[in-house]
Structures are given as C-alpha cells and as structure tokens.
Write a protein that binds this ligand. Structure first.
Ligand code: EPZ
Length: 434
C-alpha cells in the first residue's frame, strides 16, 4: 500500500464532496482492543480492523511480543497469543504511538509486570500519565520511571476503588485492562464514557472478563484468572464519520456516510444543524448536505458525549466559512490549536487566547503551503484545501494515514481534486479529474 510513504498532498479547492463513503472501523477502539488481545489464552478473531499506520505499528508490537497473527483479509485478523515472549515491547515502535501506553495495563494483567518506554504520540500539549500510574499503584503495582522507561512490577494485582482526578480515555482503558486480572473487585469512578471504552468492555467480556458499567461514570470489574478466545467486530470510527460530515458541510456537498452508529455522533449532528446544515439520520447511516450559507456558532469540546476534541480542528475550518464571529473553546487538551498558524497562512482570521479561539468567519481561504502538525490537524487542513481558492500543498501528510484508512481513494471518489506525492513519485487525481 505504501501509505506511510505519502509525504505531501496537493489539493485544489472548489469541489463539493458528493456521494457515499464507507466508514472504517474505529482507530481508537482497535488501539484499545489490540493490547487486550494479549490477555487471551486462545484464538482471537477481529473484524473491521482499520488498515492504518497506527494499527500496523500496534500489530508489529504484538508480533514482537510473541503473538502469531494471520490476516484473513484487509480488515480481518486472527491472533494466537498463547505463547508470548516477554513484557518489554520494542522502544522504536512504542515511541510511534500514544496508544502503546495501553500495553502497561495488558502486560500487567498477563505477566504482573511491564517495562514500557514513556509513550510518544500526537503533540497536543502536555500528555501526562499520572492518572494511569495512580490507578496502577492502587492495584498494588510498584511504578518506577528511569532512563525513559516505565517499569511496573506487582507481586499480585488486588482490586481497589479508584477515583480519577481527570476524565481520561487512556487511564480508563489501562485500568480496565489491569483490573480485569486483579483479585477481587475494582471500582473505577469519574471514567471516560467514549464508545471505544464500551467496545473494549464488550471485547473483554467476550474473552471472559467481568466488566460492568462501561459508558457510564462508574465501571465495576471483577478480576478473573483465565481468559479464553473470542470473535469481535470493531465499531465504526465516529471521528472519521464526523470528519466527513464536517467536510460535506464545509464544501457545500452532499454525503451519505455508512455504516455508522448515529448515537455516537449526536453532538456533531446537533452542531451542524445549529449552523443551518441539513443532517438526515437513518438506523446506520447519516446524510449531510447544505445549500444555503453557514451560520456562525460557538463550539466547546468536552469528553464524550460532548463535542469531540478530535473534531475541533475540523469544526474550526467549517467556522471560517460561516459569515460572522464564532468562538471555539478547547476544554480537553492544553495545546490543541497548532492548526491555527497553518490556517492563518490560508487567510483565516483567528485569534487565540489560552483555550479559546475567536474566528472572524466569511473570508474565503486561499490555497497555500501548510504542514500537518498532527493527525486531526492534518485532516482539517485537507478540508481547508478543498474549500480554499487555488492550490494547497500539505506537507508531513503521513500524519493523516495514521488514522484515516483509504483517505485518498475515498476523497477522490467523492470528487475532491487531490494529488499525493510519495517518496520519489506522485499519484494524481488532477489529471484524473480532467
Ligand atoms: C485519547 O487520547 C485518544 N487517543 C485521543 O485521540 C483523544 O483526543 C483523547 O483520548 C480524548 O478523547 C486514543 O484513543 C489512542 P486523555 P488520551 O487521557 O487517552 C489529561 C486521535 O486523534 N490527562 O483522555 O491520551 C490529558 O492531558 C487522538 O485519535 C491527565 O492529566 O487522552 C488531557 O488534557 C488524539 N493525566 C485530558 O486528560 C493522565 O494521566 C484527556 O486526555 C491522562 C490524561
């Protein structure tokens, strides 16, 4: 596929996205469930696994730890994790993805110990793991950080009552994984309620764990000693679906997304309707289209079920196209406005004060050379390039392939004028588009 070779993407504005787009499996559910596979003692089959670079990296880590993986298809994989070699995943791979921090919880559950490099990942400002370590300590784990490694050891994992100071997806995932094998009951409070947490709980229960309350503020886990195997299908990616919803609105197009779980996208649907965008919701599909002007709006991000922080950069691009003043408040991450500098190169008028950005919308964007600073900022700049006048060249485009499967083919099929430059060669739609 060579997706990770893509370095630059050229876009030409003015095309409305139209048609149907198949939404892939959820990156963030897959990245939580893949480490959980290491708990299983029998074969695990996963379906609807997105073929994206972050997942490929996690698969390489799991193989390096000794699990055998057989690919049944592009999105279907069988795992045989009964014989694992060790509890120390390779530094170079762990550094590539933040989700590798979940290996702490799953290796603790499997071996009672883990040695994991301090995780890397998108630069969204400080990304501490204090809540993860607070939870592990409560389960009886000794935590030591030295020479860039997190060294975790536990004679025994014992259930505990843990109240998180901060709602954290990662800490919730990690403690679900470790507590699944702890002796007795663990109660987790002030947890993340994202659909990906529920999907992980469903997978854990399928291999024999006892996890109750996922999706609510309190999760109760009764540890078990042995986990079996299971077959599980990953939920659709709500952030990819939301990305296409916002792209349809921004380009004034008409997109039908499926399969999705509309409930996972209620905050996005509500916001689009507030901006005078039409959204039709079916049992497992969503249609987004727009004919008139966009209304300005205020956008605030919150943990689920609030408006997702991962769609904040895309929401900001949409708001630049709405006549009038809009305000974006980023309540989840400290530093998630790095895309603003890039949008200003395209003529956007945005003023950032701390966690708030004020957008003076209605001024058409103009194409420019810009950089993807992280996965979702990269996606936002793709959409900005589709509505800007002229050519936009997006560098560091490899970020986008971390989280969007087949993004080039999907956008071309919807009418985007996009040309990808891989190392040494380029594939192009511009000529395809005639
Ligand atoms: C997960 O990151 C997602 N990544 C992110 O998606 C997503 O933006 C984020 O959750 C919020 O929804 C994956 O699922 C792989 P957090 P995570 O812990 O777990 C603070 C994408 O583009 N915090 O929920 O790292 C933290 O600083 C990625 O798909 C602590 O203070 O996010 C942040 O301000 C980007 N201490 C807030 O909590 C901790 O120990 C939420 O972070 C942990 C987190």
């Amino acid at each position: 596929m060579g997706v990770d070779e893509v370095q630059r993407i050229a876009l030409y504005g003015g095309n409305r996205l139209r048609g149907r787009v198949r939404i892939s499996g959820s990156k963030n559910a897959a990245l939580a469930i893949l480490p959980a596979v290491l708990l299983a003692s029998k074969k695990v089959s996963l379906n609807n696994v997105p073929d994206i670079t972050d997942v490929r990296t996690m698969l390489r880590i799991i193989e390096d730890l000794g699990a055998t993986i057989r690919r049944r298809g592009r999105n279907s994989l069988d795992f045989y994790p009964s014989r694992l070699r060790g509890y120390a995943p390779p530094y170079d791979l762990v550094q590539k993805i933040r989700a590798s921090s979940y290996l702490m919880g799953s290796l603790l559950a499997r071996f009672g110990r883990a040695t994991v490099p301090v995780p890397g990942g998108c630069d969204l400002g400080p990304r501490p793991i204090d809540q993860h370590l607070k939870g592990f300590t409560a389960l009886g784990v000794d935590c030591l950080i030295e020479h860039g490694l997190i060294k975790l050891t536990a004679d025994k994992l014992s259930g505990a009552h843990i109240y998180f100071d901060v709602v954290s997806v990662g800490a919730t995932v990690n403690l679900m994984l470790a507590a699944a094998a702890a002796e007795g009951r663990t109660v987790l409070e002030n947890v993340a309620k994202e659909p990906e947490i529920v999907d992980l709980a469903n997978f854990l229960n399928a291999i024999g764990a006892v996890v109750k309350g996922a999706g609510t503020d309190v999760i109760k886990i009764d540890g078990v000693e042995e986990f079996g195997g299971a077959e599980h299908t990953i939920i659709p990616d709500r952030i990819e679906a939301g990305t296409f919803m916002l792209a349809a609105a921004a380009t004034g197009g008409d997109l039908l997304m499926g399969e999705v779980i509309p409930k996972h996208l209620e905050a996005v649907t509500a916001k689009l309707r507030e901006m005078d965008v039409k959204v039709e919701v079916g049992p497992d599909q969503i249609r987004v289209f727009r004919s008139g002007p966009l209304a300005p709006s205020d956008l605030k991000t919150f943990p689920y079920p609030g408006f997702p922080t991962d769609l904040q950069p895309l929401g900001m691009v949409l708001l630049t196209a709405a006549e009038g003043t809009s305000v974006v408040t980023e309540n989840v991450f400290d530093g998630r406005f790095r895309h603003v500098d890039e949008l200003e190169k395209m003529g956007a008028r945005i003023k950032v004060e701390g966690r708030t950005a004020v957008i003076d919308g209605g001024v058409p964007l103009s194409g420019a050379p810009v950089s993807a600073t992280d996965l979702r900022a990269g996606a936002a700049l793709l959409v900005a390039g589709m509505i800007a006048e002229g050519e936009t060249v997006l560098s560091e485009a490899e970020h986008i392939y971390r989280g969007y499967e087949n993004i080039e083919e999907k956008l071309k099929s919807l009418g985007a004028q996009i040309r990808c430059h891989r190392a040494g060669r380029s594939s192009g739609a511009a000529d395809d588009q005639g």
